[in-house]
Design a binder for this molecule. Structure first.
Ligand SMILES: [Zn+2]
Ligand SMILES: [Zn+2]
Length: 365
């Protein structure tokens, strides 16, 4: 076995440590709450019953959404985003970045792309050899391009992106509910043990720690949870919050925002009965997304613009200059890349390489 392969296997194994840590804490919390608190400490049958029912409901939802976040594979760009054989051979033979860009531009005309690199080039991943769809980024930890990549989360040892973003939000929601319920229901017994109203027993240790651990997780999850709710409301990924996506008119951090309710529906779907269940209901295919606005280019024929499903409230600026576009068809963009000088095109490729980012900004515990 090659040394690099062994190293890679070790890295993969070590990456599960945070997940195992969370799983052990959850198993202990189950034992401490059910056995030590409900069975051994609480004597009131009614109270015991209510606590056990609510606890198990929040526990099941938490474990279900956590499981789905961990084991849902990140979605990758489809075959249409790979270069056709002849273009690929041409691209690989070609040394000049500007000619390589010409090849990419030619292929991109048939793809639903609105975004470009900071310098206006077609976004291409050399590692995966694929044209990056809008909102797609290369994750160096997973070593693949991930659709609507949000960030790579070590606590789930998975990329959070188009395929599991809803599960991730629900995981945060239910972990908050789980910790809040434990902290709230344990509080009175925590005080009783502390003030010696209850006899000394080994349950004391578990109950005291249960409260501390639940309260600590609550505080750390709350900030992450509110941040992601804010992102959902704005239809922005964590990566896009740090660096606005670049459209043909330049960077626009609200480029994918369709108005609050439509932004929520993009992640959770339009059927409210499924919102709280960790089943996939996000809208779209992850390859193309409705954009808020595309400014009409006077030189472009108007039939390129299609009337959209856009929330009128989201439209800003003079109406005659802008038009809503809902179908991400990229004729406008694809034919519109005119490099002003060759240096600019060379820079483009460099800046695109820098897009291979892994954001590990988790702070759940
Ligand atoms: Zn890639
Ligand atoms: Zn990843």
């Amino acid at each position: 076995m090659a040394p690099t392969h062994v190293l890679r296997c070790c890295q993969r194994g070590l990456a599960w440590i945070p997940v195992i840590f969370i799983a052990l804490v959850v198993c202990w919390s189950y034992y401490a709450y059910v056995v030590e608190l409900c069975i051994l400490t609480i004597h009131n049958t009614g109270e015991k019953f209510i606590y056990l029912v609510v606890f198990h409901l929040s526990f099941i939802m938490f474990v279900w959404s956590y499981w789905k976040t961990i084991f849902t594979r990140p979605a990758n760009p489809s075959k249409e985003f790979c270069l056709p054989k002849s273009e690929k051979e041409q691209y690989e033979k070609e040394q000049r970045p500007e000619t390589q860009q010409e090849i990419l531009k030619r292929v991109a005309t048939s793809l639903p792309l609105y975004t470009r690199t900071g310098a206006g080039a077609v976004r291409y991943c050399d590692r995966c050899q694929v044209i990056k769809p809008d909102r797609c980024h290369h994750c160096s930890a997973c070593d693949m391009c991930v659709l609507k990549m949000d960030h790579h989360c070590p606590w789930v040892n998975n990329c959070v992106g188009f395929s599991n973003y809803k599960f991730f939000i629900l995981f945060l929601t239910y972990s908050l509910v789980y910790c809040l319920f434990i902290a709230a229901s344990v509080l009175q017994y925590f005080i009783k043990f502390w003030t010696s109203d209850l006899p000394e027993s080994h349950a004391k240790f578990h109950v005291l720690f249960l409260f501390f651990v639940a309260a600590m997780f609550c505080i750390s999850i709350l900030s992450l949870f509110t941040y992601h709710l804010w992102l959902v409301g704005k239809n922005r990924s964590t990566i896009e919050a740090f660096r606005a996506p670049v459209f043909r008119n330049g960077p626009d951090k609200n480029g994918f925002s369709l108005g609050f309710s439509k932004n929520i529906a993009q992640v959770f779907g339009d059927q409210k009965k499924y919102w709280l269940l960790p089943v996939f209901t996000s809208q779209g295919d992850g390859l193309s997304f409705p954009t808020r606005l595309v400014t009409i280019d006077p030189e472009q024929p108007t039939e390129c613009l299609q009337p959209g499903v856009l929330d009128k409230g989201a439209v800003e600026g003079p109406a005659e200059q802008t038009s809503p576009v809902s179908e991400p068809q990229n004729r406008l963009l694809a034919n519109d890349y005119h490099s002003e000088d060759e240096h600019k095109e060379t820079d483009v490729l460099k800046s695109d390489e820098s897009e291979a980012v892994t954001i590990s900004i988790e702070s759940e515990s």
